[in-house]
Design a protein around this ligand. Structure first.
Ligand code: C2E
Ligand code: MG
Ligand code: MG
Length: 768
């Protein structure tokens, strides 16, 4: 396909248009001048016809006057009267020459030719002349003897008429030229006489034999067009004289030829000028368009740096400046997109992709590198205790704090939520641990957000290249495994250990199997007795969940409960535990044993507003009084959604179910805060109890907690009582109940039944 350029197209359209306009104009002028030339020529012919007639009249009058003079001449009359033929002939010659007559004839009164200046005429001719003259009056045009004559007759009186004198004036080229000079018309006279060749007189040099039958019209003579007017001047018996008045149209056009030439010149000049103008216009349009097209192509290829400016103030100029700002806008957005693709919008730190990229370039360069995988254990609690967006602000502050402490070669990235990764270039495991420790110290300093001082529980997992992996993804995964392990350690820092991948696999399988554990009858409830120090006869126990996994055997709740909480299966487990507990209470009750059972409720269970109703229905179904049931909640349990959690707790309390705070002392709440919750019991965490002795710091905490709880009207349970020493102290400090291996380990329902049958002794006597 032939591609015609925009410039060529504009130019050719404009030129074509101009050609049409100028051509039309030129031909319109031509047509108008031709029409006016014809009209003029026709008018000239009309005028010429009149002039021709008048010219003939003038000649006839002159001739008549001259003949009058001749006929009145006495000598001439004498000669005629004498009848002397020779005298008459000589008089005719002399006088004829005097008046410039080409022909003089004399007739007697009977019409007989008596003398003539011409060679002897035939009788018939003489008679025709005589006859026609007497018929037509005084003058007549007629062909005679090879010429056309204007004939005039006069009577010779002496004093009676004695003869008639006929004089002829030869109408020749001179006459024709005279008319031509007066009118600028060509004249051709034709005289036809029977039996004789036609006589022609013409102003045209080659005596054209124009054959024309109409009265007026246009004829061609050679290549030349003529407008003609035919006049029959005289006709009679066997003769005819016609005049053709001709006007050469070519000649007439000559008068406007100069004007025509000028018009043609102007048209050509206008055409050339417009051609140039069209080319210039097309160029001035196509050049900026080509420029813009080139720029668009460049922008398409991602080159935004070449500035585009057209030095013009018209629409193309504004198009160019719009294009320029579009180019800048695209460049800016592309920069932003490129930045966003590799950076975290909240902190401005590199994101996971950029971290992986940096890691892989270090691996390619075979540089030692250590990864610190950092996560905030209490992030959820923190975000929930702050106002909206508070969690984000804490993350921003943490990012800024860590960033400020980095060495130039290291880099920090935010992976998601509360997870960061720190790449330590050239670091080995030991220096990585040292850095992790520094980072942890930094993150432990409180953050001030929404008028709250927030302490972060920062866990760090460490993996190094090349010891712990050779691909970026592998290293990141292993550092993350180490970070999860770190969550279970007091120091909160863990270096990746080989074989942890298998643990991860186990975790995945546990998460999957947990959902079906209840259906498959793999769950059991064990019962750990609680001893009421004031009233040992009172039967109390804590229900503790056990999972008999088909492959892994007995799985500890310390392992699967957090998994269930994280993966959303805890509510199914809780429902099973409550039903199983209540069912067991009914079974014991039917055997006459009234046990007060404590069951553990997770934080996630407290967001379910329907819990109190469901438990109420269960208790009614198994006909168990609510006072036999206690729910243990952790301090942070209320934090997740305080409004709903408190509502659920009040709902449970209204049903008559007891509420207890588990693991007290490990969280952040104070006794004063607990007062706002509808709880009646507090379980001091085993970490304070296990190695309790009189002098330790724990002793102060435990003792004052017991005292303050009592003053707030709360009962106190001590968990993890393993030693008699602890029991003695708790008893002395008025602790209400104790639970721990010293009393009993968690037991199956059957074993617990047996335990209930034991002989009752004073708690303190357990020592003995
Ligand atoms: P917990 O509610 O604080 O339960 C007490 C835990 O301490 C039990 O561990 C118990 O076996 C253990 N224990 C009791 N006396 C002693 C002692 O003298 N020395 C030591 N070292 N430990 C003692 P267990 O059964 O492994 O349960 C661990 C945790 O799992 C529980 O802590 C509780 O938070 C959770 N859990 C257990 N069953 C359930 C349940 O049905 N639902 C929920 N949500 N959590 C449960
Ligand atoms: Mg408990
Ligand atoms: Mg506990």
């Amino acid at each position: 396909m032939v591609r015609t350029s925009f410039q060529a197209r504009i130019a050719s359209v404009l030129i074509l248009l101009l050609l049409v306009v100028i051509g039309a104009l030129y031909f319109a002028v031509q047509a108008a001048t031709t029409a006016s030339i014809r009209t003029q020529a026709r008018e000239q012919l009309e005028v010429g016809t009149g002039v021709f007639g008048q010219l003939l009249d003038v000649h006839a009058r002159q001739l008549r006057d001259a003949v009058q003079v001749l006929t009145s001449d006495f000598g001439f009359r004498e000669a005629v009267a004498s009848g002397d033929e020779a005298t008459i002939r000589s008089a005719l010659f002399n006088h004829g020459a005097r008046i410039n007559a080409g022909l003089v004839m004399m007739f007697d009164m009977d019409g007989k030719l008596t003398a003539s200046t011409l060679a002897p005429l035939s009788v018939a001719q003489a008679e025709r002349i005589n006859g026609q003259l007497s018929q037509h009056g005084q003058s007549l045009l007629m062909p005679v003897d090879g010429r056309i004559y204007l004939l005039v007759q006069a009577t010779v009186n002496a004093p009676v008429p004695i003869a008639r004198l006929v004089t002829g004036f030869s109408i020749d080229e001179g006459f024709a030229r005279e008319l031509n000079q007066l009118t600028h018309l060509e004249l051709t006279l034709t005289g036809s006489l029977e039996g004789q060749p036609d006589v022609r007189v013409s102003t045209l040099p080659d005596m054209p034999m124009i054959t024309f039958d109409g009265d007026s019209g246009e004829v061609m003579h050679g290549d030349e067009p003529f407008l003609v007017q035919r006049l029959v001047i005289a006709s009679g018996d066997g003769f005819r004289v016609q005049a053709l008045l001709q006007r050469s149209l070519e000649q007439a056009r000559g008068s406007v030829a100069a004007l025509n030439r000028q018009i043609l010149l102007i048209a050509v000049a206008a055409l050339v000028a417009s051609l140039l103008g069209a080319l210039l216009l097309a160029r001035s349009l196509s050049r900026p368009i080509r420029l813009l097209a080139g720029a668009a192509q460049r922008v398409g290829q991602g080159d935004y740096d070449v500035p585009l400016a057209l030095d013009r103030s018209d629409e193309l100029g504004s198009l160019a400046s719009a294009f320029q700002s579009m180019q800048q806008g695209i460049a800016e957005r592309e920069r932003q997109l490129a930045h966003n693709a590799l950076h975290d919008p909240l902190t401005g730190l590199p994101n996971r992709n950029l971290a992986l990229e940096r890691l892989s370039s270090a691996i390619m360069a075979r540089r030692h590198i250590a990864l610190l995988y950092l996560s905030i254990g209490n992030f959820r609690t923190v975000s929930e205790s702050c106002e909206a967006g508070g969690g984000d602000r804490v993350m921003q502050q943490l990012a800024a704090r860590l960033q400020a402490a980095l060495r130039p070669a290291d880099s920090l990235a935010r992976l998601r939520g509360d997870e960061f990764v720190l790449l330590l270039d050239g670091a080995d495991v030991d220096s990585a641990v040292a850095t992790a420790d520094r980072v942890q110290q930094l993150s432990m300093k409180p953050f001030r957000v929404d008028n709250l001082d927030i302490a972060l529980d920062c866990r760090i997992g460490i993996a190094g290249y090349p010891s712990d992996g050779v691909t970026p993804e592998e290293l990141l995964r292993r550092a993350s495994i180490a970070m999860q392990d770190a969550g279970h350690l007091a120091g909160r820092i863990q270096v990746y250990e080989c074989g942890r991948d298998a643990a991860q696999q186990r975790q995945v399988q546990l998460i999957r199997d947990l959902r079906r554990a209840a259906q498959r009858d793999e769950l059991l409830l064990h019962y750990q007795p609680k001893l009421d120090l004031r009233n040992p006869a009172c039967l109390q126990a804590e229900g503790l969940l056990r999972w008999q996994h088909p492959e892994f055997g007995m799985v500890s709740p310390g392992e699967f409960i957090p998994l269930a909480e994280r993966t959303g299966s805890i509510q199914t487990l809780t429902a099973w535990v409550i039903e199983e507990g209540v069912r067991q209470l009914q079974a014991w009750r039917q055997r006459g044993q009234v046990v007060q059972l404590s069951l553990n409720i997770s934080t996630e269970d407290l967001v379910d507003g329907e819990l109190p109703t469901r438990v109420g229905r269960l208790l009614a179904h198994y006909q168990i009084p609510a006072s036999q049931l206690i729910f243990e909640i952790t301090e942070s349990g209320v934090m997740l959604n305080p409004a709903v959690a408190l509502q659920v707790l009040h709902g449970l309390r209204e049903k008559g179910i007891g509420l207890s705070v588990d693991d007290f002392g490990t969280g952040y709440s104070s006794l004063a805060q607990l007062k706002r919750m509808p709880v009646q019991e507090l379980k001091i965490d085993q970490s304070f109890i296990r190695e309790l002795d009189d002098t330790s710091e724990d002793a102060v905490i435990v003792r004052s907690t017991i005292e303050m709880s009592h003053s707030l009207g709360l009962k106190v349970v001590a968990e993890g009582v393993e030693l008699q020493r602890s029991l003695d102290l708790l008893d002395r400090w008025q602790c209400d109940s104790v639970q721990g291996y010293l009393i009993s380990r968690p037991l199956t329902a059957q074993a617990f039944e047996a335990w209930m049958q034991r002989p009752l002794t004073s708690p303190v006597s357990l020592v003995h």
